[in-house]
Write a protein that binds this ligand. Structure first.
Ligand code: IMP
Length: 461
């Protein structure tokens, strides 16, 4: 998703509600365009807070005409004077943070608002090695190719190889896991790394670690590397739970930014083809220490069609010219990995489930402009699995991989939408499309986006 930071905001004019907290969550498999919606809503809040995921997320921003890709730093950093907080639920690659800070500083962006939880777990170089080696191994031993095994996609997860799963796994394993604060205390750090390496070395060599990566599992080299990055980030590391509650006590408003998407949530997504964190609104409580009851507005973001990167079921997936057209028009290539995204018609069964799971109070519909030029546009309103019709989502990868979409066809439009500024000025069929989605989902579509620019947004809240 690319957002322009140069144009005027309209969100704060329409909907500034101080001391009301909001959340932005993805209703699909990530890449819904959350970055643009966060950017719009940030203007009306005092802090923007990430609560889950890590450098697997990606968001391109255009700052004063130049583009920069952010993976970890919340986009609130682009507003001077606002806090951009990385909560305890995020797994932080500290070297990536430094890279992003330096990239922003080179473009004269003030990064002093960045604060990182002292309890956020650290993604270490061996987590990335483990992620990649596991994926390669799983791919080679693909169960889908084994005799009679049910196919639910390829054998591997198709991760971003950013070390996300291994870092969250170590968080749960506990012994030897490193948190941000540990980067500031030599003895504890060395002790933890030494414990961790006692397990990682045999594990990684069993997975096929090469000599070239040996420095990543050398205790002395790794300790020094960690201490150096800790020193660099030290001014940003603090107890963010206290910080956020202090802000709330002063009547300040917080915007929580969900990474990835509901259908990638470790509990509620299409397990095992999911990420390692709680992407849904409830993740705010565990990922920041702020109770979800403080959040009065939850905006679920969805594209006007569906995309997915990596393995796993996707009932509306298309592999034809329509998919190609949508992929090219929507520039559907991963911000983090550059991988072409899988593309399909909008799966309303899945998004309605996500609205329910998140308690979404409103929806932001993005990329509507991409659908111009089709005679007919389909949306999935039910599934057929083994001859039975389901009008609700089935978050089970094996069952869902058998689902055939029951499609409703709606008439398309030819007009370019990129300059339309209000919903009632949309071409008839585009407006009817939006109305249809709204009626099906049962929550108001409060934002419609027809391009990357802030001005290419219709807001009604
Ligand atoms: P991981 O989060 O790198 O472990 O990847 C697990 C799955 O989630 C893979 O299918 C990834 O492609 C997918 N994934 C993780 N983060 C994102 C995201 O921000 N957008 C889209 N897909 C994602």
């Amino acid at each position: 998703m690319t957002t322009s930071h140069a144009s005027a905001s309209t969100f704060s004019d329409v909907s500034a509600r101080k001391s009301a907290c909001s959340a932005v969550v993805g209703l699909q498999w990530g890449d819904e365009g959350k970055g643009k919606i966060v950017d719009l809503m940030a203007a009306a809040h005092d802090a923007v807070v990430r609560y889950n995921g890590g450098a697997n997320a990606g968001h391109s921003v255009v700052v004063s005409g130049s583009r920069y890709s952010l993976h970890l730093i919340p986009s609130g950093i682009l507003y001077p004077g606002k806090a951009a907080v990385i909560g305890n639920g995020v797994v932080v690659d500290p070297w990536k943070v430094v890279e992003e800070v330096d990239g922003l500083a080179a473009k004269d962006v003030d990064t002093r608002g960045l604060i990182i939880s002292d309890r956020a777990h650290v993604v270490l170089p061996y987590h990335k090695l483990e992620d990649g080696l596991r994926e390669d191994l799983l791919n080679r031993s693909n169960p889908a190719t084994a005799e009679g095994a049910p196919s639910t996609g390829s054998g591997n997860i198709g991760t971003t190889r950013r070390g996300i799963g291994p870092a969250y796994a170590d968080k749960c394993q506990r012994a030897g896991a490193v948190r941000m604060r540990d980067l500031l205390r030599r003895d504890a750090l060395r002790e933890r790394l030494s414990l961790s390496l006692a397990v990682k070395k045999p594990l990684l060599s069993g997975l096929g670690l090469t000599d070239a990566a040996a420095a990543d599992v050398d205790l002395n080299a790794l300790t020094d590397k960690c201490l150096a990055v800790g020193q660099r980030l030290a001014p940003m590391i603090q107890d963010t739970t206290q910080l956020l509650h202090g802000m709330l006590a002063q009547g300040k408003s917080i915007l929580f930014e969900g990474a990835n998407g509901t259908l990638l949530d470790v509990d509620h997504g299409t397990y095992p083809y999911v990420t390692g964190s709680s992407c849904i609104s409830s993740g705010i409580g565990t990922g920041t220490g702020v109770p979800t009851t403080r959040v009065s507005r939850i905006i679920g973001v969805m594209k006007a069609y569906t995309t997915r990167v990596g393995s796993g079921p996707m009932p509306t997936e298309l592999n034809d010219d329509t998919a190609h057209r949508i992929r090219e028009r929507g520039r559907e290539y991963g911000t983090t990995t550059g991988r072409p995204r899988r593309v399909g018609w909008l799966d309303l069964v899945a998004t309605k489930y996500s609205v329910m799971i998140n308690g979404a109070t409103g929806v932001a519909l993005t990329m509507l402009d991409v659908l111009a030029g089709f005679d007919q546009i389909s949306v999935c309103t039910a599934y057929e699995i083994d001859g039975k019709t389901y009008d609700y989502f089935v978050p089970d990868a094996i069952e869902l991989s058998k689902a055939k979409p029951v499609l409703t066809s709606l008439p398309g439009w030819t007009q370019d939408l990129s300059t339309v500024t209000s919903r009632d000025r949309l071409p008839d069929n585009a407006r009817k499309y939006v109305d249809f989605l709204e009626k099906y989902l049962g929550v108001p579509i409060q934002i419609v986006s027809v391009g990357p620019g802030r001005e290419q947004t219709m807001i009604a809240m």
